[in-house]
Design a protein around this ligand. Structure first.
Ligand code: 5CA
Length: 456
C-alpha cells in the first residue's frame, strides 16, 4: 500500500505553489436549487455549477471554473484560426463614432449600439462588431495588392444593447466574440478565403465536442450576399432548423482538404453545401421534399457562428484602396467571420447535459477530473487524494470538503467533470480507487496509476 511517509517525502521533493482548486477553499459557489430567473437548462446549470453570476441585465461575471471553460473554448478557436493563416490582433472595445460615420452605419445600426461621451464630449461607442475599425487599421498599413490577402482576427468583448437579454450568456448584452476579417485582391480569392474559414469553423466546433450544422443565412446588418451560419442542435434554440442527416456524419478533422488549392476548396464547399440545410427564415419546401424522408432532420438550433462575404462594402464606403497589378487603385474584397465564444459555453451545455447536470466534452471541461475523498481525515484516503492531486493540480479539482458522500457525488455530476476519481477507505486499503466516466456513468475499480493514466 501507499504510505503517508512515502507521500510526505515525495511531496516535499515536488512541492509547488498551492493551487487554489481544493474545493474547500475555492471560489466555486454551487447552488442546490434552480434559480427562478433561469428559464433554460444552460442558464440554470451555469448558475448552479458556480460558473457565472449576473452583475447587470445581460452582463455576467465569469467565476474561476467558468473562466477556465471560456479560455478552453477560446484556445481551440484560436488554434483553428491560426491553422488557416489568420493573424491574431486585439482591437479595443471602445471605438470612435467617427469611424462609423465614415461607413454610414452610425445611424443605421440602431438602438443596439451603446453610445458614450467622454469628458471632452467626444462621441465614442462600445463596439458591437469591428468591420470599420479593422478596415481603417488595414488601410493605414496596406497600400499594394502585393500585400494581399490579409486575414486578421481577435477575441474581444462586444456590447449590443439587446432589447430583451435572456437565457443567460446565450443572449447577453456584453459577450465574447471571435471576429475575423479578410481582405483579398478579387472575388475568386475572397471566395477561397471564405471556404477556408468554413472548414476552420467545422473543425472548431467538432473539436469543441459538438455538432454545428452549416446553413445558408441571410446577411442582416453586416451586409453582403454570401453567408452561412452554424447552428448547434438544442431544443431551446431560437431558430427552427431543417437539414439532411448527411451533414451530421462528416468527420472534418481528418478531412484532407488542400486549402491552397481552389479546386480542392470548391469540392469541399460543394460537399458541405449540397445537402439541404436551412433555418426557418431560409427554408424552402421544394428543396426539403427532395431530401429522402429517412434523412430529413428537423429541430431547433443555437447560432454559434456566422460568416459573411460582402465584397467592397466597407473598403469602398471608407475609401480604403490599394494599388492594383495595373497600377490603378482597387477596393479589396472582404469577408467577416464571427464565433460566439461566450454563447458557446451555454450552447455546449444545451447540447451536453442530463438530469443531474452538465456533461462537459473533454476539450472544454474546467477540470479533467474531480477527486472525491469519501473519508476526510482517514490517513490512507487523504494520502491517496493528495498524491493524485499533486500529479497535476491544473487538471484536478479536489473535493476535500467535510461533506457526506451524497453531496459530493451530486455536486460532481452537477459540475460535469468528465471523470470522477472516488477515493474510499475500502478501496484505499488495496491501493484502489473507483473511476467514473460522467458521460456514460461507467465505473471501474482501478489502481491509482491506472486512474492517472486514463485521466491525464
Ligand atoms: N447577444 C449575443 N450574446 C451572445 N452571443 C452573441 C450575441 N449576438 C451575437 N452573438 C454571437 O456572435 C456571433 C457573430 O455575431 S454576428 O452578428 O453574427 N456577426 C458579426 O458580428 C460579424 N462582425 C462577424 S465578424 C453569432 O453567431 C453569435 O454566436
Amino acid at each position: 500500500g501507499y504510505t503517508k511517509a512515502a507521500f510526505v517525502q515525495e511531496k516535499s521533493l515536488f512541492y509547488k505553489a498551492e493551487c487554489t482548486m481544493r474545493l474547500s477553499r475555492s471560489f466555486l459557489p454551487t447552488l442546490k436549487e434552480n434559480p427562478a430567473e433561469a428559464q433554460i437548462v444552460s442558464h440554470r446549470l451555469m448558475l448552479r455549477a458556480g460558473l457565472i453570476r449576473q452583475t447587470a441585465s445581460g452582463i455576467y461575471a465569469w467565476l474561476p471554473a467558468g473562466l477556465k471553460v471560456l479560455r478552453n473554448i477560446s484556445q481551440i478557436v484560436r488554434e483553428e484560426q491560426d491553422r488557416v493563416g489568420a493573424q491574431e490582433v486585439l482591437m479595443p472595445t471602445l471605438q470612435s463614432a467617427d469611424l462609423w460615420k465614415r461607413s454610414g452605419r452610425y445611424d443605421a445600426y440602431g438602438p443596439e449600439m451603446l453610445r458614450i461621451q467622454d469628458r471632452h464630449k467626444r462621441e465614442l461607442l462600445y463596439g458591437p462588431t469591428n468591420e470599420e475599425m479593422i478596415t481603417d487599421l488595414f488601410g493605414q498599413t496596406v497600400k499594394s495588392y502585393k500585400d494581399l490577402p490579409q486575414v486578421l482576427y481577435h477575441i474581444q468583448w462586444k456590447f449590443r444593447d439587446e432589447m430583451r437579454p435572456r437565457f443567460g450568456v446565450m443572449r447577453g448584452r456584453e459577450f465574447l466574440m471571435k471576429d475575423a476579417y479578410s481582405f483579398d485582391l478579387d472575388y475568386e480569392s475572397a471566395v477561397a478565403t471564405y471556404r477556408r474559414m468554413l472548414l476552420a469553423y467545422l473543425r472548431t466546433f467538432q473539436r469543441l465536442g459538438v455538432r454545428a450544422v452549416p446553413m445558408r443565412a441571410d446577411t442582416g446588418p453586416i451586409g453582403g450576399e454570401l453567408s452561412h451560419e452554424f447552428l448547434i442542435l438544442a431544443p431551446t434554440g431560437e431558430s427552427g432548423v431543417f437539414y439532411d442527416a448527411a451533414l451530421e456524419e462528416q468527420d472534418w478533422l481528418d478531412e484532407p482538404v488542400d486549402t491552397n488549392s481552389p479546386v480542392a476548396l470548391e469540392a469541399f464547399f460543394n460537399r458541405v453545401t449540397t445537402p439541404y440545410a436551412a433555418t426557418d427564415e431560409m427554408h424552402d419546401e421544394a428543396g426539403w421534399q427532395a431530401v429522402p424522408a429517412e434523412r430529413q432532420r428537423e429541430g431547433r438550433g443555437v447560432e454559434v457562428g456566422h460568416i459573411f462575404y460582402f465584397g467592397d462594402k466597407y473598403t469602398r464606403s471608407m475609401d480604403v484602396s490599394v494599388s492594383g497589378p495595373d497600377g490603378n487603385q482597387l477596393y479589396p474584397e472582404m469577408g467577416s467571420y464571427g464565433i460566439g465564444v461566450s454563447r458557446l459555453a451555454g450552447a455546449i451545455i444545451e447540447a451536453c447535459h442530463d438530469d443531474n447536470g452538465i456533461i462537459w466534452p473533454d476539450a472544454v471541461a474546467p477540470f479533467r477530473a474531480v477527486i472525491l475523498n469519501l473519508k476526510n481525515g482517514d490517513e490512507l484516503c487523504d494520502a491517496i487524494c493528495e498524491r493524485i492531486y499533486s500529479t497535476n493540480e491544473e487538471a484536478f479539482l479536489y473535493d476535500d470538503r467535510a461533506e457526506r458522500a451524497g453531496v459530493k457525488f451530486a455536486d460532481a455530476d452537477l459540475m460535469g467533470h468528465p471523470w470522477q476519481i472516488v477515493v474510499g477507505p475500502r478501496g484505499a486499503k488495496e491501493g484502489k480507487v473507483e473511476l467514473k466516466r460522467r458521460a456514460t456513468g461507467e465505473r471501474h475499480e482501478v489502481s491509482v496509476d491506472d486512474a492517472l493514466a486514463l485521466v491525464l
